[in-house]
Design a protein around this ligand. Sequence first.
Ligand SMILES: [Zn+2]
Length: 307
Amino acid sequence: MLAGFVLLLMTPAGSCDPGRARQSEVQAASMIQASAAKPKKKKSKAGFTKAQYKKHVKKLKKTVPEGFTVLLQEPFVVIGDEHPATVKKRSKSTVKWTVDRLKEDFFSKDPKHIIDIWLFKDDASYMKHAKEIFGDVPDTPYGYYSEEHRALVMNIATGGGTLVHEIVHPFMDSNFPACPPWFNEGLGSLYEQCMDSDGHIWGLTNWRLAGLQEAVQNDEVPSFKKLTSMDENQFYNEDKGTNYSQSRYLLLYLQEKGLLVDYYHAFRENADEDPDGYETLEKTLGVDDMAAFKVKWESWVLALTFP
Ligand SMILES: [Zn+2]
């Protein structure tokens, strides 16, 4: 479910390096008070034992080419061919940073499997090793998730945005397996451009805005009823170009209103009765006329800026 749409994960180089975002994008999100506060530690349910990690790493090392650094960054393993200090820094400042904050607000369970995060230093390394290690010819220059190999395969030279996006999916899969694609991709893409806000992950406007604004102006954005009811085939294969961005900017709206985290938990808890999250969305927003809400949301979207 995660491998077929990697072309849509395009991210301009350098976006969503959380540390960088904090420095450069505070103005773009003036309502946010950035802070270096660390989130509280929470124990993950269904975590793996030390012995399981050890066994996994031992087996993994047989496939890791020479010159790569292998680091355990629970619940993932990070493998990279940049300078060992750089791999370590990315492991901490992007992978751990993201995992800590996603757990803080959304996810109590770790992914079902130990997933390897391969950080290839440039396009040449990425293409070469995707082929040699996984037998893949990537159709995206940024990175992708291989469900078959339980691996995130990243060209890390293009920035950390896609990596943060992809980290959301295995957590969603273990915490909210029935999550429909609009919310799964909306949350992943929300954090392609993000920063820390008082120990919480905070999405910012990004490159997906321009296309959405154009679609709004051309009156081409479907109703939220239609968006939220899309199955995987409709969402991924019949995308008119706005499914990701409409989802993303709906979640950004909820975030700005302080409703996103509550919405996620209410959605998950009520998913048996409301699998699309549509009724929960109406309740969370406190609206009964979603057409009128869409008009309001669209004018909010048109007023956003990026960069
Ligand atoms: Zn995704």
